[in-house]
Design a protein around this ligand. Structure first.
Ligand code: UTP
Length: 290
């Protein structure tokens, strides 16, 4: 299976840094946020990553390409571990970059992967949404949880999480009829509904495992909200014709494309690092006193 990672957006919520640095390359501690997302794909058994990118965002694919000169220099300076780490990042996955000529929406971005994906079921992971399963022992990576549901039911699946009522305006919201404790068959999907028009509180934060027929529905989808081709509109067509499941995954989600979500992830991952934890706690105490 391949994973499609859309990372061609403008990142306006993170301006001014995104004027020259791709949002997906902003670090959580010392790893770009997209590295955590590619790690999730790899932990789910996926190594071929179709990276939807834009002109000027080459830093992303460069990060996942081997840099022999740097590796040799590090090794020559006795920093073998660093050299191995740098090499491991490049060898963990096979990045297939595809350019989205203009940011015409998430549906359009996924549609750009059509020729590379072909006629196979594929996963989609958004390039700025982190889902962390490490606090839950024995729980598989989020994408792997969805792959298992897709395989046992033979139907496309979106990962969902319950959000507070006032937050429905930020997400694609789904509702439907339960087929098991954590899984339901989707009957309605609305992109960023108002609180009063929302069909429920199950939000799609950015994980999907979909049948390639979705490419047909994307090509039939007309520009919707903000003149963009919305992925949720194509998923609605898929749900009506082929059927679509929603599965409440286990994991903590961080919207790292947003400043507060980014700070939340930075603190969480920083506090987990043995080399940083004490220093970070001291800093937090100092700032909370002020
Ligand atoms: P977002 O809406 O969060 O990203 O899309 P954005 O458009 O870059 O951000 P803002 O709202 O302007 O701050 C989720 C993911 O989909 C990608 C983005 O790069 C991001 O990783 N995306 C979005 C595309 O690849 N192409 C698009 O046309 C839109």
């Amino acid at each position: 299976m391949k994973a499609v990672i859309p990372a061609a957006g403008l990142g306006t919520r993170f301006l001014p840094i995104t004027k020259s640095i791709p949002k997906e390359m902003i670090p959580i501690i010392d790893k770009p946020m997209i590295h955590y997302i590619i790690d999730e794909a790899v932990q789910s058994g996926i190594h071929d990553i179709v990276l939807i990118t834009a002109h000027g965002k080459e830093a992303i694919q460069n990060f996942f390409t081997r840099n022999h000169e740097l590796e040799d220099r590090l090794a020559g300076a006795g920093k073998e571990e660093w050299a191995k780490d740098i090499r491991r990042i490049a060898e963990s996955c096979n990045i297939i970059p595809v350019i989205q000529e203009s940011p015409a929406g998430l549906g359009h971005a996924v549609g750009c992967a059509k020729d590379v994906v072909g006629n196979e079921t594929f996963a989609v992971l958004l390039g700025d949404d982190m889902i962390d399963t490490s606090p839950y022992s024995g729980v598989a990576a989020c994408t792997k949880q969805l792959i298992d549901i897709q395989r046992s039911n033979g139907m496309s699946v979106v990962g969902v999480m319950e959000v507070p009522e006032l937050d429905v305006v930020k997400y694609g919201i789904v509702s439907g009829s339960k087929i098991s404790e954590k899984t339901f068959r989707v009957e309605q999907i609305v992109e960023k509904p108002s609180v009063k028009d929302s069909p429920g509180r199950h939000a799609i934060p950015g994980r999907y495992v979909v049948d390639p027929v979705i490419f047909k529905y994307i090509s039939e989808t007309k520009p919707g909200k903000n003149g963009e081709i919305q992925f949720t509109d194509s998923l609605l067509k898929l749900s009506l014709n082929e059927g679509l499941l929603a599965h409440e995954f286990i994991g903590d989600r961080y919207d790292t494309g947003d400043r507060i979500g980014y700070l939340d992830a930075t603190l969480t991952f920083g506090l987990r690092r043995p080399d940083l934890r004490d220093g970070l706690i001291n800093l937090m105490k100092k700032h909370l006193k002020d």
